[in-house]
Design a binder for this molecule. Structure first.
Ligand SMILES: Nc1ncnc2c1ncn2[C@@H]1O[C@H](COP(=O)(O)OP(=O)(O)OP(=O)(O)O)[C@@H](O)[C@H]1O
Length: 223
């Protein structure tokens, strides 16, 4: 589905350059469930940005279904991302002055595939899938952390992406809520989506089928 081939990522700030990923390869296949662990600064977010088509490598290539994304015009690249990938973040990134329902409608409006009525129906359907049917009209500030993350997951899956990327999705949640969110991610995986989680938490990583540790710019399989 998405393949990183010998990617290197170097950041340059003025005359200083730092290589964060070094000749790293990784293939994400349909239905995978993998966790990426590593110390702070190891490059996990940098790696997720490449997997999520948010950034390009300095060297090497990123392939999506047989296409080298470096060779695509920016518009096509953005479209691939919007159609195929959903993102979930530690701090939820919900829009505060929009209700849960309106937040979930955002990607549906961007994709241009649904009219207003269809957007509403699809948003309600995914809110139901994450167990938040009754909270559709609540604003983020009126929801618990776990509920906010469930809204964020609903928003991420509204366009039926093939890949769900979660960057520390339980980082702001307590133990019980962490379990709820993990159950939901497992449910997404069982429904056929590939799931990639970045986490510091061994308990969270343990739920994935494969665990990769990022260190010294390379990945090592830990499970
Ligand atoms: N845009 C950038 N410009 C320059 N350096 C950057 C940039 N983004 C990240 N870095 C550097 O790259 C290294 C890896 O950062 P990254 O955020 O990928 O690590 P991480 O493993 O996700 O860390 P954390 O667990 O603390 O979030 C760090 O040393 C960071 O300072």
């Amino acid at each position: 589905m998405i393949e990183l081939r010998s990617v290197t990522k170097t950041y340059r700030t003025g005359s200083v350059s730092a290589t964060v990923l070094q000749d790293l390869s990784l293939e994400i296949k349909e239905g995978d469930f993998l966790a990426i662990i590593g110390t702070s600064g190891a490059g996990k977010s940098t790696l997720l940005n490449l997997i999520g088509l948010l950034d390009l490598p300095s060297k090497g290539s990123v392939w999506v279904e047989g296409q080298n994304v470096s060779t695509l015009p920016e518009k096509a690249y953005g479209l691939l991302r919007r159609e195929r990938i959903g993102f979930v973040f530690q701090d939820f990134k919900l829009v505060r002055d929009m209700t849960a329902l309106e937040n979930v409608e955002i990607p549906l409006a961007y994709s241009g595939t649904h009219n207003k009525k269809q957007r509403r129906e699809r948003a309600l359907e995914v809110l139901r899938d994450v167990g938040l049917e009754g909270k559709a009209d609540r604003y983020p500030d009126e929801l618990s952390g776990g509920q906010k993350q469930r809204v964020a997951i609903a928003r991420a899956i509204a366009n039926r992406p093939r890949l769900l990327i979660a960057d520390e999705p339980t980082g702001n949640l307590d133990a019980d809520t962490t379990k709820e969110v993990l159950a939901l991610l497992q449910q997404m995986h069982q429904s056929g989506m590939a799931v990639v989680i970045v986490t510091h938490d061994p308990f969270v990583a343990g739920h994935a089928r494969d665990v990769w540790e990022l260190g010294d710019g390379k990945l090592a399989l830990r499970k």
